[in-house]
Design a protein around this ligand. Structure first.
Ligand code: ISE
Length: 335
C-alpha cells in the first residue's frame, strides 16, 4: 500500500517534492497539497492528480493524509511540525526546522511525549553519494582522527530577497549539518569573518563570508560562503586527519579536450548538484514509514543543533566575537 502524503508549500522545492513523490519515489502518492497561494496550490495539485486543501491545518488533520512534507516558509514550520506531531503523523520538514531554537525545543518535547520519532529534517547532503563515501572513509579510520575541515559553498548568484544573515541560516547551515554528521560531534563555538565585499552583488549584502567553527574535541571547521561567485554551484569539502586527508568528489562529468584545453563543467544550480540526493532522501523516508521502521534521517535534535550554531554565527556577524554554543544534553530519543 502506498503512503498518502500531504505537501504543504508549493514554492520551488515544494513543487519539486510533489513531482518527485509522484514520479520517482516508489510506495508514495501525493494525496493533498496546500499553499497560502490557493491558485498555485490548485495548479500543482492538479498536475499531480492530488486534491488541493485550503489550509495547512486542514491538510495535517485530513484523514486521507498519512504523512506530511513541509516546504513552506521557515517561520511557519514550528507550528506546522507541532500540529503533525500532535496528530501522530510522520513529518518531513525542509530546513530550517525552526527559525528559533526555543521552538525546536518545543518540537523535541512534543516528540518525546509522543514516545518515538516522527520528525525528519531535509538536510539532503547526508543522502549524496559523494558525502556518503566521504563518511565511509572517515569512519574506516583511513585518514586517522580528523583535525580540520575546509569547506566551500558557492552559488553562481542569488536573488534580491537574500539577506546577509541568510549566508549562515540558509547556506552554511548545510555544512553545519554535514560536518556534525561527518565528524560525529557537536560544535561548541562559532565566529564569522568578513572579507572585502564583491561588487557583483545587491548593495544590501555582505558577500562573501567565512565561518569558523570549533567542535567539542577541538577540531576546526572553516566554511567559505560566496553566493555570487559568478561561475556556478560549487561545493567542496576536505577533511584533514592525523594520517591523511579526504576530499568530497566533484560530480562525475566527462572532461572535454578541445582547442588546447581540457575542461569539465561546473553545475549551475544546487537543484542539479543534489537532485539524486533529494530522491534518495525521500525514498528512504517513505520506505521507513511503510516498513514501520524507526526514522534514522536528520532529527529534530539535528534541526535544533543547526539553529543553535547558525544563531551563534549570526551573533558573531554583528559583533565579530567568538560565540560559545551550549546545546545542553541530547535527549535519549536522539541518542
Ligand atoms: C538555498 O536555500 C539552499 O538550500 C542551497 O543549497 C544553497 O546553496 C543556497 O545558498 C541556499 O540559498
Amino acid at each position: 500500500m502506498s503512503i498518502r502524503i500531504g505537501v504543504i508549500g508549493t514554492g520551488w522545492i515544494g513543487e519539486q517534492h510533489v513531482h518527485r513523490l509522484t514520479s520517482t519515489v516508489s510506495g508514495a502518492e501525493v494525496a493533498a497539497v496546500s499553499d497560502i497561494d490557493l491558485d498555485r496550490a490548485a495548479e500543482v495539485a492538479e498536475a499531480a492528480g492530488a486534491r488541493r486543501v485550503d489550509s495547512a491545518e486542514k491538510l495535517i488533520a485530513d484523514s486521507e493524509v498519512d504523512a506530511v512534507v513541509i516546504a513552506s516558509w521557515g517561520p511557519v514550520h514550528a507550528e506546522q511540525v507541532l500540529a503533525c506531531v500532535e496528530a501522530g503523523k510522520p513529518v518531513f520538514c525542509e530546513k530550517p526546522l525552526t527559525t528559533d531554537a526555543a521552538d525546536a525545543r518545543r518540537i523535541m518535547d512534543a516528540e518525546q511525549a509522543f514516545g518515538r520519532r516522527l520528525v525528519q529534517v531535509g538536510f539532503m547532503r547526508r543522502y549524496d553519494a559523494g558525502y556518503r563515501r566521504l563518511k565511509e572513509v572517515l569512519d574506516s579510520g583511513a585518514v586517522g582522527k580528523p583535525l580540520m575541515a575546509h569547506c566551500v559553498h558557492r552559488n553562481k548568484s542569488i536573488r534580491e530577497h537574500y539577506t546577509t544573515e541568510m549566508a549562515a541560516r540558509d547556506t552554511a547551515v548545510h555544512e553545519v549539518d554535514a560536518l556534525r554528521w561527518l565528524l560525529g560531534e557537536e560544535f561548541v563555538s562559532a565566529q564569522t569573518v568578513l572579507p572585502r565585499k564583491t561588487t557583483k552583488r545587491f548593495p544590501h549584502l555582505q558577500d562573501p563570508q567565512i565561518f569558523l567553527f570549533e567542535t567539542a574535541s577541538g577540531a576546526r571547521v572553516d566554511v567559505e560562503v560566496f553566493v555570487n561567485c559568478q561561475y556556478g554551484y560549487d561545493i567542496q569539502c576536505e577533511i584533514v586527519g592525523e594520517e591523511g586527508a579526504v576530499r568530497l568528489p566533484d560530480p562525475a562529468a566527462p572532461a572535454v579536450r578541445r582547442a588546447g584545453r581540457s575542461s569539465v563543467p561546473v553545475l549551475p544550480e544546487f537543484g542539479d548538484r543534489f537532485e539524486a540526493a533529494f530522491d534518495v532522501e525521500l525514498q528512504e523516508w517513505v520506505d521507513r514509514i511503510r516498513n514501520g521502521e524507526a526514522l534514522t534521517g536528520p532529527s529534530a535534535w539535528d534541526g535544533y543543533a543547526a539553529t543553535m550554531v547558525t544563531d551563534a554565527a549570526v551573533q558573531s556577524l554583528h559583533s565579530g566575537a567568538i560565540i560559545p554554543i551550549d546545546m545542553g544534553d541530547r535527549p535519549e530519543l536522539y541518542a
